[in-house]
Design a protein. Structure first.
Length: 368
């Protein structure tokens, strides 16, 4: 098993004019499940490929355990990678696909068979060992690709968006299977995805990336509850956090956020920090689950209650999404299944002001 350390890691394309990854510093602990998440083009897959040795490093250093691997070929780094397209050989059986890497390394036949059958047992694919890839479903393709990685017993597993080709139901199933696999193998996993649900449910820690730069690295609920900036707050969470531009105003020794069409009072502990922004513009953020229909709130402060129009009611089984309009901004509330107001009717909603976020409009960093 091994830890991984990235020191000032950078990747430059197109003659030095485009920096795909910029100054990444990151330590991945032994046996940790680390998830790199971000939108397409943010540099997460490039970072993974540099760790794997499949992409040349422009600057920086990569350590696997105590070994500097900048100049070590991919085949000698003791890692295994699972690709987005699975990269199975169509003319080979499942057994042959899983055994191929071991054969290249001249393992004895008995050891190859032992490892392949052990991996097939873990992944429940023993009945498919004599089939070819065209005879398998998408989920079975994924299991074979995992099996090919497992048989090598590497120090580090690397996953590059391995579930993106599966349907929604199979993604949930395979997400669980990978999590079980990690617990069983007790090794280091680095997992790249653009799906924030995968990141939240699978990772011990999450690295949120944008434009080749790490925006925040923390445990999933820390990322969710205490985002470092507006990008992280917006990217993590379904539906995305509601954001409003407005200003901080002071009245009768109290501080309020004024959106233009509504005004809500800050809680005392936030007021102390936000006092420095009195009279200034800020970005106000609140998640959909922290907005309530006033009809279902026993004690609602008038200073945290706003008038809105409900434009769409979207039932989703366990939740209902309300698409609301303040007269200036559209935003979303996530409420219980019993709560279905009439469409295109005015209503009142209550903001839980203990759970709001404020961001600097210029730097986009978190204020509170």
């Amino acid at each position: 098993m091994a830890s991984i350390r990235l020191e000032n890691l950078s990747k430059v394309h197109k003659g030095g004019t485009v920096k795909v990854v910029s100054g990444v510093n990151l330590e991945i602990r032994d046996k940790e499940f680390m998830v790199l998440v971000g939108p397409s083009g943010c540099g997460k897959s490039t970072t993974l490929r540099m760790i794997a040795g499949l992409e040349e490093i422009s600057e920086g250093r990569i350590w696997i355990g105590d070994r500097l691997v900048n100049d070590v070929p991919a085949k000698d780094r003791d890692i295994a990678m699972v690709f987005q397209n699975y990269a199975l050989y169509p003319h080979m059986t499942v057994f042959e696909n899983m055994a191929f890497g071991l054969k290249l390394r001249h393992y004895p036949r008995a050891e190859i068979e032992k490892r392949v059958h052990e991996a097939a047992e873990i992944l429940n694919i023993r009945p498919y060992l004599n089939r070819r890839p065209r005879q398998l479903s998408g989920g079975e393709h994924q299991r074979v690709a995992l099996g090919r990685a497992i048989v090598r017993k590497p120090k580090v597993f690397l996953f590059d968006e391995p579930l993106s080709n599966l349907d929604a139901k199979m993604r949930v199933t395979m997400r669980t299977e990978i999590h079980k696999l990690r617990l069983r193998l007790q090794t280091t996993f680095i997992y790249v995805t653009h799906d924030q649900t995968e990141a939240m449910t699978m990772g011990d820690r999450i690295v949120a990336m944008k434009n080749g730069v790490i925006q925040q690295c923390a445990e999933p609920m820390t990322i969710y509850d205490k985002p470092s900036n507006k990008f992280v707050a917006s990217f993590i969470g379904t539906p995305p956090i509601n954001l409003f531009k407005g200003s901080i105003v002071r009245k009768d020794k109290k501080f309020y956020f004024d959106e233009g069409k509504f005004r809500v009072k800050l809680v005392d502990e936030m007021s102390m920090v936000m006092a420095a922004y009195a009279g200034k513009e800020v970005v106000f953020g609140i998640r959909s689950e922290d907005i309530y229909d006033k009809l279902f709130v026993s004690e609602a402060s008038a200073e945290n209650t706003i008038h809105v129009t409900c434009e769409v009611v979207e039932p989703l089984g366990s939740d209902v999404y309300l698409y609301l309009n303040s007269g200036k901004n559209n935003f979303t509330a996530r409420v219980g299944v019993h709560n279905r107001p009439e469409v295109n009717r005015d209503m009142e909603v209550v903001f839980d002001m203990r759970k709001v976020h404020f961001f600097d409009p210029k730097t986009e960093t978190t204020i509170v």
